[in-house]
Every structure is written in structure tokens, then in C-alpha cells.
Design a protein around this ligand. Structure first.
Ligand SMILES: Nc1ncnc2c1ncn2[C@@H]1O[C@H](COP(=O)(O)OP(=O)(O)O)[C@@H](O)[C@H]1O
Ligand SMILES: C=C(OP(=O)(O)O)C(=O)O
Ligand SMILES: [Mn+2]
Length: 526
């Protein structure tokens, strides 16, 4: 069976005949320019804007309440149900809309770099640039056609606007997953991040059925095959910190952990561009070239201006892994030795680095304390403290405990060390000032990855019960102990107590967790 063939698709003939399939990067770039969808910047990338939706729109996301999913999904404010009839009616309307287009684009490929666990996907888009995005972000066809059946179909119809009253959506935008029909239906929004994160949500449902842990993390590996994972909610540094000239990149955002090791779900990266500079992030800076897609980046005379946040703070660059010179293909790696939880603390009280015990690791994974950064979700305009279970709750169709239990077993089985690294804000003389400088975070990460923290003395922290290393080469010691940046210990105490209370309050929702894990939270009880 030829995977690009119509027989591999569930889509109707009229639509398939209207699709240009798996066009080359060059052909897509040419079409994008010709159709006026985007312009070519001085560095050769395609530059597009996405109108009103410049970040994900979690309120517009639904899962169809049907079949097995009805039982399995952890329904609530994140996983909102849509009834099957509403879904089918809206799907038919979107198909009608697609049939009326002059041309459509179809990408066929895979999610999952491990051939044992990959999911066949097809992405049908109205816009050529969304197709280029899919080509760069997912895994392209190879000559193997084995397993290429029952593909999950992603439909991106941004110019179709829903009518909430008629269609039972929340707004004109919608992101709807049907596990039974194997369809992701996206409309009303042009933000390409919805496409990749919806596929990730699907993998978060399907992989645990195969005993594989899906993870919202980046991954890289050192010369000796020492793999590291970097978990973190959007904007905490997964992409930035996994790009490291001394280590090989596996992937920047979504991975599976199987009995074979780690595999990337994707074939490309989606980097935040705000404040991007050649000096601080050279690999990402140079990955933005012909074939890359820039989203909502302001350009002056064709020159990208990464400092401009006029359209959004959530400016993005999508490029294939091959644009990073030391990336691994196929993107797989051995079982991890080091696991880093990235958090961006906006209170200025969490230490920039601490080593976690096994119980603390479970506690912090379930808590997922961090800040939502401006722009990645609609309505977020300043850093906002949040608890996002497993550092990725918007993408988890199942209960957090499912993923946490799997992680705990794997940490035990492969004896991985777990660290909490805070890439958030530190107290300055005039308040919660700047973000911890990237050079220092990189120094901390490198120390962890070189296993150089073994045997280093630690200082306990009075509020969170964390173990803080006394010193790290290249990092001012004062920075390691957050209270030393405050004008007085008592002013630090006020904020630390507030945050500890938030941790406890949030953790009350995890009723089934063992006492040992419950007790691994902040030592300060209020
Ligand atoms: N200390 C730091 N550690 C990591 N990232 C930082 C730090 N300070 C500033 N940043 C910036 O924060 C952003 C992190 O975003 P990114 O790596 O894309 O996050 P993620 O991949 O987790 O969504 C980048 O724009 C990076 O330049
Ligand atoms: C693309 C996104 O995630 P991340 O910032 O984790 O790459 C997103 O949250 O829209
Ligand atoms: Mn990222």
C-alpha cells in the first residue's frame, strides 16, 4: 500500500482529489509566497502572521464523549466533553467548507520516531504554510509502509468559523479530538501550535495503552549515551536548554519512554523567539533559515526583529531537527540518567537548583508548579502562578496519576536522578525583577549532566524541604539561596509561606497518593 495513496485515508474522494500531497519544502515555500500567505525573510525563512489567535486556546478544546474514551478520559475543565452528534455535524460542515476550496494540502507521515510505537498521521490543511509546519514538525514518510493504516487525521480549517450556538463550541475556534473516528478537527484559529499539541494529546492517550510513558519534555544525550530529560510547561526552557553544542539533541518538546528507551514524538522543533539572540542561543538562531516558519515575528525590511512583541510575546520558529547540527536521527536515545523538572517561579523563592528525593520527585511531578508565561495561552498577559500536573496538564486526557505512576516505576527501574531547576524570576532590589540569567541556568544544567554534583554539600531550605548545592562552578553562590537576594529574611519568609500554602492547597486534590509522597511537599505547614 502506498501511504500517500488515497486508500490510506478516511477522507472523501472530492477532498483527496483536491489535495496536493507531500510537496517538497521548496514547492511549499514557493506556493506560500505566491498565495500571499507569507513572505520570505532575509535569513530565508517563511514569515507568517496568525491574526487574532497567537497562542493556544485551551477553552476551545474538546474531546468527543464516545466509546472507550467516555470511560477512560479524565473529564473536567481541561478535558471537556462534546457529544458525538454535535461533532459529526460540525465535521460535515468543515468538510463542506474544504470541498469549496481551490486547493488543499496533505501531509502524510508519523508521530513517533520509534517504529515500534509510531502512529501514522495525515494532516490536511487549507493553508500551504500549515502544511509546511506539519512537514517540519512531524516525521516524514520513509519507504516503509508497514503499519501505515488507520491513520489519525488532522484537519486544519482556519477560515471556517464555528457558530457556538449551532455547533456547540465555545467560540468560533475549536480543537476537537475524536478517538473513535481518529480525527482531530481544528478550525477558526491559525496558530500552528494547536496542530502539534493536539497530536501530542492523542499520543498521551494512546501510548499508555502500549506501556509507553508520553512526556512533555525535551531530551538530549551526551557522548557516553547519558540521556537527559527536561520536563516543563511552556516557556520554562525545554527548547532552549536542550539545544546544547556539547550534547546531541533528541527533541525539544514531546517524547515517549518505552522499554527501548526514549524516542521523540516529533521530527522538528518549535522554539520561542522572543528576545532570541545569536549570542545566547546560537543553535536556535542559526536553525532559522530556508524551510523554517516564523510565526508572528515582526520583520523590518525582511529582517526579523525578535525583540518586538507587538503581535505577541509568543513568537515562534518551527524547523526540522536537521536544522540543529548535532541532532540525532532517528531521534531516539538510551534510558535517561538525569531528569530535570523545569519550573519558572514568579515568587522569587524557589532555589534555582535542588536535587529531589524519589518522593519529592513524585510530589513535584504531580504538582507541576510553574508559571504560565505571557502569550502561550489566550488571556495570559503576565507570568501567572499555576499548577500543571506532569508539567503539561493541558495535554493529558488521562488522570495525572496514570503518568506519575509510570514515571515513578521507570525512575526506580533505571535509577535516574531527578533535579528541580527554577528558570523563573529572582528578587532584585526593586521587587521580583529579572529572570535567572540563562548563562547561570546553563552552568547548573551542565554540572548536573556531568554528574559533578555527586558528593557536593547541600544546604536545606526552611520552607520547601529542598536540598540546595552549596556551590556550582560559574554561578554566584548567593543566587543558589533565594533568601539571600531578599532585603531581609523575614520578607523572603512571607512569600515563601504563601507559595508553600499554595502547594498544600493544590495537592489536596491528589487524594489517592501515598502518605510518603504527600509528606514530600513543602515542610512549612502554615
Ligand atoms: N534562565 C533561563 N533558562 C531558560 N530559558 C530562559 C532563561 N532566561 C530566559 N529564558 C528564555 O525563556 C524562554 C524559554 O522558552 P523555551 O525554551 O522555548 O521553553 P519551552 O520549550 O519549555 O516552551 C526562551 O525565550 C529563553 O530565551
Ligand atoms: C507550543 C507550545 O508549547 P511549548 O511552549 O511547550 O513548546 C504551546 O504551549 O503552545
Ligand atoms: Mn518548546
Amino acid at each position: 500500500m502506498n501511504p500517500t495513496n488515497e486508500s490510506a485515508s478516511k477522507m472523501d474522494k472530492t477532498i483527496l482529489q483536491n489535495c496536493q500531497v507531500n510537496l517538497s519544502t521548496e514547492a511549499l515555500v514557493e506556493i506560500i509566497e505566491k498565495r500571499g500567505e507569507g513572505t520570505i525573510t532575509a535569513n530565508g525563512a517563511v514569515s507568517v502572521t496568525t491574526g487574532k489567535y497567537t497562542g493556544r486556546s485551551p477553552k476551545d478544546k474538546f474531546i468527543v464523549n464516545e466509546g472507550e474514551a467516555a470511560e477512560q478520559v479524565d473529564w473536567g475543565s481541561i478535558n471537556k466533553p462534546m457529544d458525538k452528534n454535535s461533532f459529526i455535524a460540525l465535521y460535515e460542515r468543515v468538510l463542506e467548507h474544504l470541498r469549496a476550496q481551490d486547493t488543499l494540502f496533505r501531509f502524510t507521515g508519523w508521530a513517533g520516531a520509534d517504529t515500534d510505537y509510531r502512529l501514522p498521521i495525515e494532516v490536511i490543511t487549507e493553508f500551504a504554510w500549515h502544511n509546511l509546519f506539519a512537514r517540519q514538525l512531524f516525521i516524514r514518510e520513509d519507504n516503509e509502509t508497514a503499519g501505515k493504516h488507520n491513520a489519525f487525521t488532522v484537519i486544519s480549517a482556519p477560515t471556517f468559523k464555528a457558530n457556538p450556538k449551532r455547533d456547540n463550541t465555545n467560540s468560533e475556534a475549536f480543537i476537537i479530538i475524536s478517538f473513535e473516528e481518529r480525527i482531530i478537527l481544528i478550525g477558526g484559529t491559525e496558530y500552528a501550535g494547536e496542530i502539534k499539541k493536539a497530536v501530542f494529546s492523542v499520543m498521551n492517550y494512546l501510548l499508555p495503552q502500549q506501556e509507553v510513558l508520553p512526556m512533555h519534555c525535551s531530551a538530549n544525550t551526551g557522548a557516553s549515551g547519558d540521556t537527559a530529560l527536561f520536563f516543563g510547561l511552556s516557556g520554562t526552557g525545554k527548547t532552549t536548554l536542550s539545544a546544547n553544542p556539547d550534547r546531541r539533541l533528541i527533541g525539544d518538546d514531546e517524547h515517549g519512554w518505552s522499554p527501548n528507551g526514549i524516542f521523540n514524538i516529533e521530527g522538528g522543533c518549535y522554539a520561542k523567539c522572543v528576545g532570541l539572540s545569536e549570542e545566547k542561543e546560537p543553535q536556535i538562531y542559526h536553525a532559522i533559515k530556508h524551510g523554517a516558519v516564523l510565526e508572528n515575528v515582526f520583520c523590518h525590511n525582511g529582517m526579523p526583529d525578535y525583540s518586538n512583541t507587538e503581535r505577541t510575546e509568543n513568537t515562534r520558529a518551527a524547523y526540522p531537527l536537521a536544522h540543529i547540527d548535532n541532532s540525532i536521527f532517528p531521534s531516539k536515545g538510551p534510558h535517561p540518567k538525569s531528569i530535570i523538572f523545569l519550573t519558572a517561579d514568579a515568587f522569587g523563592v524557589l532555589p534555582p537548583i535542588s536535587k529531589l528525593t524519589k518522593e519529592q520527585a513524585m510530589y513535584h511531578f504531580l504538582s507541576g508548579y510553574t508559571s504560565k508565561l505571557a502569550g502561550t495561552e489566550r488571556g495570559i498577559t503576565a507570568p501567572e502562578a499555576t499548577f500543571s500536573a506532569c508539567f503539561g496538564s493541558p495535554f493529558l486526557p488521562l488522570a495525572p496519576a496514570v503518568y506519575a505512576d509510570m514515571l515513578g516505576e521507570k525512575i526506580d527501574q533505571y535509577d535516574a536522578d531527578v533535579y528541580l531547576i527554577n528558570t523563573g524570576w529572582i528578587k532584585g532590589p526593586f521587587g521580583i525583577g529579572e529572570r535567572i540569567p540563562l548563562v547561570y541556568t546553563r552552568a547548573m544544567v551542565n554540572t548536573v549532566l556531568e554528574q559533578s554534583l555527586e558528593g557536593v554539600d547541600t544546604v536545606p531550605d526552611d520552607y520547601f524541604g529542598l536540598h540546595i548545592p552549596e556551590s556550582i562552578p560559574g554561578v554566584p553562590s548567593q543566587l543558589l539561596k533565594p533568601w539571600e537576594s531578599w532585603e531581609s529574611y523575614s520578607s523572603y519568609q512571607v512569600k515563601a509561606a504563601q507559595l508553600a500554602a499554595k502547594f498544600h492547597e493544590n495537592f489536596r486534590t491528589f487524594t489517592k497518593v501515598s502518605e510518603k509522597i504527600k509528606n514530600a511537599g513543602p515542610v512549612y505547614q502554615g
